[in-house]
Design a protein around this ligand. Structure first.
Ligand code: SF4
Length: 348
């Protein structure tokens, strides 16, 4: 347990009174029984006084499911986000969560209410299939190290006939998922990057080969998997680096059990630049020319993005003609140009 606490960097538990008696709260208290605990009234993120190292156990209020924070100027992949908490101990250098760099890790434990929300949301349009993922403000499997969310979510959400639930991660820890009843309606997805980028900008995550091996184990357990080459980083050797990742994928995974592959180039709000500079001095992420896109986020010049996507699509198509490949936060013209498609309901 000491190891777990060290890895998660948690040294105190703060519990909102309204969730004090929920079963997941009891589990957290048992896991971290020797840590100091504080009970508080309603928590709001803007409230000053919490600090990194604290695990806030809270109630999710308001809508628990919402549209992916895409932007109308770029092609949308029709994705919905289920918000289970905010914060991540993987600490990737480019992560937008660094905007909240002095915030604690917050998790929402009123899970029955969240599940009921998703059920109600999907029931409003029963003829449509909703693709919903939990990896927007957290790493979907990272949270399981604190309390095993997915052992509850997978069997429950997979009962919803028009829902495809996506677990998105950079973790290799999948043992607890293998025996779950997923009814073929859960996709487990990995973000992938060349190992040199993982060493440089995702150093606290699991290695490339471990992620791919974990994906293979999930395929053997009957899951479909998704892959996200996102964010693709432009560096000296990128072409060989990303080509090798694609080759590794197809020599370890069954193409017919890959639901989708997305490609997205590095992009971030300008306000993140000084934060990266301060927090990760020497990071190459902010070197080179980045320009504001239509969504105001900084990104590589179009010819660079086009080249990176074209190389990746070509390599993927060398291995498979069938797996849908789509671009994240890019427009339809660029997608068509590089041979990517728009992910549609018929694809999943
Ligand atoms: S794993 Fe995802 S959520 Fe966690 S730090 Fe990295 S980019 Fe952010």
């Amino acid at each position: 347990m000491t190891l777990l606490k060290k890895r998660l960097k948690i040294d105190k538990i703060v519990i909102e009174n309204s969730v004090a008696n929920l079963p997941l709260t009891a589990k957290i208290l048992k896991t971290f029984e020797d840590l100091p605990i504080e009970f508080v009234e309603a928590i709001t993120l803007s409230k000053i006084g919490y600090r990194p190292g604290e695990l806030i156990v809270a109630q999710r209020r308001g809508k628990s499911i919402k549209n992916c924070p895409g932007t109308p100027v770029y092609q949308c992949c029709d994705y919905y986000v289920l918000n289970l908490g905010i914060g991540c101990f993987f600490n990737c250098h480019y992560c937008f969560l660094h905007h909240y760099m002095n915030s604690p890790l917050m998790i929402f434990v009123n899970l029955s209410e969240l599940i009921a929300d998703v059920r109600e949301f999907c029931s409003r349009r029963p003829k449509r299939i909703f693709r919903v993922g939990s990896g927007e403000f957290v790493d979907s499997l990272g949270l399981d190290e604190i309390v095993d969310f997915n052992s509850i979510l997978v069997p429950e959400l997979s009962r919803i006939p028009n829902l495809l639930f996506e677990i998105k991660t950079k973790s290799k820890r999948v043992d607890h998922l293998l025996k779950l009843d997923h009814r073929g309606r859960v996709v487990i997805s990995w973000s992938l990057n060349p190992q040199e980028i993982i060493d440089e900008d995702e150093p606290e995550t699991d290695s490339l080969i471990d992620r791919i091996k974990a994906a293979a184990r999930c395929q053997e357990a009957g899951y479909r998997v998704g892959l996200h080459f996102d964010p693709m980083i432009y560096y000296s050797g990128w072409e060989a680096g990303y080509s090798e990742v694609v080759d590794m994928v197809f020599s370890n995974l069954r193409a017919d059990r890959i639901s989708w592959i997305s490609l997205g180039a590095l992009r971030f709000n300008a306000a993140l630049k000084p934060i990266i500079k301060k927090k990760f001095p020497g990071s190459k992420l902010i070197l080179g020319e980045l320009i504001p896109g239509l969504d105001k986020k900084l990104r590589y010049f179009l010819p660079i993005r086009r080249r990176m996507f074209a190389v990746a699509v070509k390599r993927i198509r060398f291995h498979t003609k069938d797996v849908p490949v789509y671009l994240c936060m890019e427009d339809a013209a660029l997608a068509a140009d590089v041979g990517a498609s728009r992910l549609s309901q018929g694809d999943y």
